[in-house]
Design a protein around this ligand. Structure first.
Ligand SMILES: [Zn+2]
Length: 156
């Protein structure tokens, strides 16, 4: 979705003339409860079309990334027999256990973003996935911090 009605908010090459009130109204079209069900929210800056047209340079990066994703999925299957996205309840708490530092960080984010319990569990699952992509057996505070950043739209 765009950040505002004219679609120029956040675009460094264009000027948005929407008022703060119009921006708020526009963004409220997507309700909090709906946002709460979205795992990953991230701001994507407009890409100049010259960059989309040229540069086939990213193919190596893509194949490396594909490998990491397949490895992370295999890790999840071996550890819990499912992917992280469907973890629930006690199993989720167990597989996504975090240390005191990561927990403090998550508490602060919960307050700041007014997250629900569902949002809290979503961050834990995403943090577990980031740790898996990292090849890390434990979730540390940096994984949680990265997962919190994927709640960009909750900060409004
Ligand atoms: Zn605008």
């Amino acid at each position: 979705m765009n950040l505002c009605r004219c679609g120029k908010l956040g675009d460094p090459r264009a000027e948005c003339r929407c008022s703060p009130d119009q921006v708020r109204k526009y963004q409220e079209r997507v309700s909090g409860p709906l946002l709460d069900r979205i795992d990953i929210q991230v701001h994507v800056k407009p890409v100049p079309h010259e960059r989309l047209a040229g540069e086939a340079e990213s193919s190596t990066t893509t194949s490396i990334m594909r490998r990491r994703v397949l490895d992370a999925r295999a890790t999840q299957q071996n550890r819990q027999g499912t992917c992280n996205a469907v973890l629930q309840g006690a199993r989720l708490e167990q597989v996504c256990a975090i240390g005191a530092n990561a927990h403090d960080l998550l508490r602060q984010a919960m307050d700041k973003l007014s997250l629900s319990a569902r949002g809290y569990h979503r961050i834990l699952r995403v943090a577990r996935t980031i740790a898996d992509l990292d090849g890390a057996s434990a979730i540390d505070a940096t994984h949680v911090a990265e997962a919190i950043q994927f709640r960009a739209l909750d900060t409004r």
